[in-house]
Design a protein around this ligand. Structure first.
Ligand SMILES: CC(C)(COP(=O)(O)OP(=O)(O)OC[C@H]1O[C@@H](n2cnc3c(N)ncnc32)[C@H](O)[C@@H]1OP(=O)(O)O)[C@@H](O)C(=O)NCCC(=O)NCCS
Length: 198
């Protein structure tokens, strides 16, 4: 993997690693329990939690284990949410994709452009072949959103695949393959390489 990925732009969104400067913006979005209800982390309680999240994301990228950029609005530069690929498995060229948007930014047409931008980087710069998505079977909104993605494979339900706050949940498993990826079916994304801004 190359560490030279700087940002990816797609329509209304740009993906880039967050800096400590956006910790307050992240906190405002991530303290909302509706956002993280189906996710692996609890709502942020203080801005320190958000700062830690930002530092962890940068550290994971430096170690080539994950790329967890913020989703920023192209026009205003505001932080809208986060996306990322984690659990990067170089040996098998695979990783897991996750997305969350702050409540005011859901239903605004940002989800597909953010995923398009992420996939352009994952199948390009990051040289991955298989991107997996796991969705709790009770997360109806996310299931609808994932099933509508071009070329997504439905790989069935995995029992007790996700454990959150000590409770095991079944997960619907999906995958996108580079060999089946049709960039023309997605909104156009532009990958910018170079060192991430500090
Ligand atoms: C999942 C998420 C990224 C999708 O982004 P989004 O901008 O909300 O996506 P959309 O508005 O296109 O909604 C997706 C679909 O769900 C539908 N939907 C909206 N609210 C819904 C609800 N409460 N229940 C079921 N479906 C719902 C939408 O109508 C849309 O379907 P359609 O395209 O057939 O009309 C976003 O909702 C989110 O961040 N959720 C919280 C975090 C999360 O659960 N992340 C995913 C973890 S796997």
């Amino acid at each position: 993997m190359t560490p030279s990925l700087r940002s990816v732009a797609c329509g209304p969104v740009e993906l880039r690693l967050m800096t400590p400067r956006v910790a307050q913006e992240l906190f405002v979005l991530a303290r909302d329990p509706d956002v993280s209800r189906y996710l692996s982390w609890p709502p942020h309680e203080t801005v320190e939690d958000s700062l830690r999240f930002i530092h962890d994301a940068r550290s994971l990228w430096e170690r080539h284990l994950a790329w967890l950029p913020g989703i920023f609005a192209t026009d205003s530069g505001r932080l809208l949410g986060c996306i990322g690929i984690s659990g990067i498995d170089r040996a098998n060229a695979r990783a897991e994709l996750g997305t969350w948007l702050g409540t005011p930014h859901q239903g605004q047409g940002c989800n597909v452009p953010a995923k398009s931008a992420l996939l352009a980087a994952a199948f390009g710069e990051l040289d991955l072949r298989r991107i997996e998505l796991l969705v709790r079977v009770d997360n109806d909104r996310s299931l609808r959103a994932v099933r509508a993605l071009p070329g997504v494979r439905d790989e069935g339900v995995q029992a007790e695949r996700i454990v959150q706050q000590g409770i095991a949940y079944d997960a619907a498993a999906f995958a996108l393959l580079r060999s089946e990826y049709d960039a023309a079916a997605w909104p156009t994304a532009t990958v910018n390489v170079g060192s991430p801004q500090l």
